[in-house]
Ligand binder design. Structure first.
Ligand code: PEP
Length: 256
């Protein structure tokens, strides 16, 4: 049984003060809900404060939005895995489409980061997904296959089981346009089949695949009811502590 995982990608939002205010409301709204794994992914500067605020909130985990693959050293402006471990991150989002589009991250670059994350016992939340032009051109499976093979090259089956794959169709991110539950399920089933082909059925059965793209409280239950959807990576809607808690509760309700 794969535990559903809901992650809040705050992107370039939230000061330290706003982070404190968020947790004040969010933890109260979340209550003792622990059926669903919750991960908060603040911007770098707010992680240490979030870590401090979460110390007493067992079960809510922390992630970062990016990292460099190198060990500590002369890489001005970068952050490495050891620094993320130091502030108690368990997860790191890698290969987000905004990083691929605005910062030129290729599958080869993402792959170095994925390998470095595992080497430092950080779990990658690896983002993949097609653009609208690729979907319209009938290229969804080809794009996903290329991104899986490129970004996850060299991983062992055990490392794949510890990886979270986030299927995020680029056309659905921040647009208010969500993939239909069937479109998302079809993509997730394809991703799982591809993982099975490369790393075996056991790894495919264990790897968790999140959906991301305009998830909100109202569409959570239907998406999370799909057999191959194991959670959500939530952008815009995760900035509202009440709405994000509702997304978690709506996911838990699907589990019965
Ligand atoms: C994201 O950026 O990972 C995302 C899914 O954003 P949004 O929920 O705003 O579409």
């Amino acid at each position: 049984m794969r535990k559903k995982i809901i992650a809040a990608n705050w992107k370039m939002n939230m000061t330290i003060g706003e982070t404190e205010a968020f947790f004040g409301t969010f933890l109260r709204e979340l209550g003792d809900e622990r059926k669903v794994e919750v991960v908060i992914v603040p911007p770098f500067l707010a992680i240490a404060k979030a870590s401090e605020l979460l110390r007493s909130a067992q079960g809510v985990k922390l992630g970062a939005q990016n990292m460099h693959w190198e060990k500590p050293g002369a890489f001005t402006g970068e952050v490495c895995a050891a620094m993320l471990r130091d502030v108690f991150c368990n997860y790191v989002v890698l290969g987000h489409s905004e990083r691929r589009t605005y910062f030129g991250e290729t599958d080869a670059i993402v792959n170095k980061k994925v390998l470095a994350a595992h080497a430092n016992t950080l779990r990658p939340i690896l983002c993949i997904g097609e653009t609208l032009a690729e979907r319209d051109g009938g290229l969804v499976e080809k794009v996903l296959d290329t991104q899986i093979r490129g970004s996850m090259a060299g991983l062992t089956a055990e490392q794949v089981e510890e990886t979270v794959i986030a299927y995020e169709p680029v056309w659905a991110i921040g647009t208010g346009r969500t993939a239909t539950p069937q479109q998302a399920q079809d993509a997730h089933a394809f991703i799982r089949k591809t993982v099975a082909e490369i790393w075996g059925q056991a790894a495919a059965d264990k790897v968790r695949i999140q959906y991301g793209g305009s998830v909100k409280p109202a569409n959570t239950a239907e998406l999370m009811s799909q057999p191959d959807i194991d959670g959500a990576l939530v952008g815009g809607a995760s900035l509202d502590p009440r709405g994000f808690a509702e997304i978690v509760h709506n996911t838990a309700r699907v589990l019965g």
